[in-house]
Design a protein around this ligand. Structure first.
Ligand SMILES: Cc1cc2nc3c(=O)[nH]c(=O)nc-3n(C[C@H](O)[C@H](O)[C@H](O)COP(=O)(O)OP(=O)(O)OC[C@H]3O[C@@H](n4cnc5c(N)ncnc54)[C@H](O)[C@@H]3O)c2cc1C
Length: 448
């Protein structure tokens, strides 16, 4: 979103959707983006009598046309952090500065700019705990309040607010059941969360069956709420306990991911650890498709893949479980999973998604060690002990009479046979133990 203003300090507010934005949004994310832009345009009109300009196409050209038409003297925007967007924005900045237009850029998306948090040797941190210790200190030393009043003097214009360039896909419809985009919804959600479930976050955050994380991620992704607002609200609540600290550190993981994004040329494709450049991944389109469809025959994995399809969101614990299953048990390249999440998640975020997948694959910064292969059966016992989550998404498994056989339907061959015959459930795609050993063997190669 950009402010562009003339000599009388009258401002135009502009959103430009170009190819870089398109890629950074993902497929499911377009549902959210369209809704949030519509809501934001309405709010700006009601609050400031400002008509938001929404444009599709190359950013520099669009800005150039507006600058010329409305005699603009100053441009303001919030910074982005992928190398692609940095290159684009740097070029635009230089172009307009060279034409004597004032250009100012700010940070609204993060607590700190990535370059503000460095280790003693002036390098970026590659390990989370010291990163967060330093980053939180840097942040606390800043004076920030979201409660300041904002005033915008509108520049009258005759541009269109046209959202017709966004596709409408049939599968978007189900998201309405689960989500309410928009700044107001985001603020309400975080207020409710801080006054209730956050106190149990430490224990409950790992339980997909409880579903008690804040679900604020798509709101953060689309800038409807800033992490600084979340922190200030937590500070205002005067709450101090382990759950609060853990919640804050999760916001810290988001910051850490952005630092990795900023300092990597291509976080979503290139392993941070170069030893993984020649990793012997298997090549199997068939297995990958089975994973995406949630037909692996491993119930926790399949239920999680149904959740992402149904809601455009997946619980964090399950992102780790399905990720580990893909890259370790199936030995398929982590970039396939990254790409599938890119398309399917409403909260798809180019920093957190790529960093999450690199963490799972063991090739990222401060990553999960290669020998950590999540066992989906043990994960079910620990984090979905009554199988409530699994049965919500795969109700046909109710015919099994114990949680043990719901977690491992192949233990009851006769019952499973009938389900498989009717195509209601599936034989396991791999043996968990054998595939774990195969992964460990392959990962040995990254050690040399
Ligand atoms: C393979 C994989 C892919 C992921 N892809 C994304 C993604 O595309 N977009 C995204 O926002 N998060 C991603 N995450 C991180 C995490 O799963 C989600 O942020 C979280 O599940 C969102 O739910 P919530 O808002 O209820 O989280 P809460 O538990 O309530 O946490 C609050 C906020 O902290 C941040 N956060 C929490 N955990 C993490 C984490 N591990 N890494 C970075 N930030 C975190 C998020 O902004 C989150 O909204 C991914 C994790 C993994 C393992």
């Amino acid at each position: 979103m950009e402010f562009i203003s003339n000599q009388k300090s009258e401002a135009l507010l502009v959103y430009i959707y170009d190819d870089i934005e398109k890629k950074a949004t993902g497929d499911a994310g377009h549902w959210w983006l369209k809704k949030t832009l519509r809501l934001h345009a309405k709010k700006l009109e009601q609050t400031f009598n400002v008509k938001l300009i929404i444009l599709n196409g190359e950013a520099k050209k669009n800005i150039f046309d507006l600058v010329k038409k409305y005699k603009i003297t100053s441009l303001i925007w919030n910074r982005l952090y992928s190398q692609q967007s940095i290159r684009r924005d740097t070029e635009i900045k230089k172009f307009f500065k060279d034409s004597s237009i004032q250009v100012d850029t700010f940070n609204s998306h993060l607590l700190n700019e990535p370059w503000e948090v460095q280790n003693n040797s002036g390098q970026y941190f590659k390990v989370f705990t010291p990163f967060w210790r330093a980053a939180y200190k840097v942040y606390l030393n800043k004076k920030f309040s979201y409660k300041k009043n904002v005033f915008i003097k509108p520049l009258r214009h005759n541009q269109k607010t046209d959202l017709s360039f966004f596709d409408n896909k049939n599968w978007y419809e189900k998201f309405d059941k689960h989500w309410s985009p928009g700044e107001d919804a985001a603020l309400k959600k975080i207020d409710t969360y801080i006054s209730s479930d956050i106190d149990k976050y430490e224990v409950n955050r790992n339980r997909p069956d409880f579903d008690q994380t804040s679900r604020i991620s798509p709101h953060l992704r689309f800038g409807e709420i800033s992490p600084r607002v979340i922190i200030e609200k937590i500070q205002d609540s005067k709450k101090m306990n382990n759950s609060i600290n853990t919640y804050l550190s999760e916001i810290g993981w988001r910051e850490f991911s952005y630092s990795l994004l900023y300092y990597s040329e291509d976080l979503s494709n290139k392993p941070i650890n170069p030893k993984f450049n020649k990793f012997p991944w298997r090549n199997s389109k068939k297995d990958f498709t089975i994973w995406t469809k949630g037909e692996t025959g491993i119930p926790l994995v399949d239920a999680a893949m149904k959740q992402i399809y149904e809601e455009g969101w997946m619980h964090n614990r399950l992102r780790m479980v399905v990720g580990s299953f893909l890259v370790k048990n199936l030995l398929l390249n982590w970039t396939l999973g990254e790409n599938y999440f890119h398309k399917s998640l409403l909260d798809y975020d180019e920093a957190s998604n790529a960093a999450g997948w690199q963490w799972i694959a063991g090739c990222g910064a401060d990553a999960s060690p290669y020998f950590r292969v999540f066992n989906p059966v043990l994960q079910s016992e620990k984090f979905d002990p009554q199988a409530h989550f699994i049965l919500k998404y795969i109700p046909q498994l109710k015919i099994f009479n114990s949680t043990k056989t719901i977690f491992e339907p192949y233990l009851d061959e006769n019952l499973l046979k009938n389900l498989v015959k009717d195509k209601k459930y599936f034989n396991p795609i791999v043996d968990l133990k054998d595939s774990r050993n195969r992964a460990l063997e392959a990962y040995q190669q990254t050690k040399s």
